[in-house]
Write a protein that binds this ligand. Sequence first.
Ligand code: GLA
Length: 350
Amino acid sequence: MSITKKFFGKTDNGEEVNIFALTNNNGFSARIIDYGATIVSIFAPDKNGRVDDVVLGYDDLESYAKGPGYIGALIGRYGNRIKAGRFTLNGKEYILAKNDGNNHLHGGIVGFDKAVWKAETITKDGKEALQMSYTSKDGEEGYPGNLDVKVIYTVTDDNALSIEYIAFSDKDTIINLTNHSYFNLGGHKSGSILNNTLKLEADKFTVVDNEAIPTGELRNVEGTPLDFRKPTAIGDRIDQKDEQLLNVGGYDHNFVLNRTGKGLEKAAAVYDPKSERTMEVYTNKPGVQLYTANFLGKDLKGKDGAVYQNREALCLETQFFPDSINHENFPSPILKAGERYDYTTIYKFL
Ligand code: GLA
């Protein structure tokens, strides 16, 4: 494993942003910038050793600062939506920005995806790793507590990228950190992902209304187009006249993972028949958001001359459930003052 650092750009405030390349001994590499702790590229070999960059991204900092869709970014403080941007904690109501129609999305107007993180190389379990740190001030974007966040990226020789999310707050707060990479296993320029097959370790999903807000119901996937218990092509049912799909223009749902313990468990596997690449996702979080880039944009200019369209990538955002602070039957996203938040997600390429 090696980590190298290069200049990537300067923010409008003159802050320097660098790009870090984490490379293993098999030609697998992930590139990450300290702006938004964002994954810019993942170069993954296929069965025949052919290496492709399997995530969408941009070449320049300005596109990351202004572009849509949170491409590759670290999302915080709270991944996905909070209904009407309101929640009550310890009897006090907190009001957050409504930056997605009537609701709060992905941490607000200036979320963790727009912060410049402090990057350093550390040793974790005897291996070199890249650590990004950021302190979010009490009241930032309306959330309580000074929150210290560390995100540790490690690349291993089995062609996996591990992301560990650690946080502490000095007041009770809510938190849901995730990564918003858009994967296209055939390569970021290879077009539609509708023929990719997906397997999700989920018997249930959280039902949404037409603002993508959970109603509170956990519904069995059985008999619905959200049944991915057996590997199924993403495009097979995506355009069915199904209320859940129509509500959000395709797949944009949180799946309730069938967890058996507290450790890392497999959440998902995606297979691209063209490149024959597979990606497995392991996590200890309770849910995963499947988003099929339904409204990423038309002719979005990406890195290396790429032009992206909707449904040319998919996101698997491991998470607490959307709006979980407003649903008592969902796993609690509360982080108590002084307690440790510590979750890991691994994206492994085969
Ligand atoms: C998540 C949401 C989507 C969308 C994208 C970003 O996946 O669930 O609805 O907001 O992020 O565009």
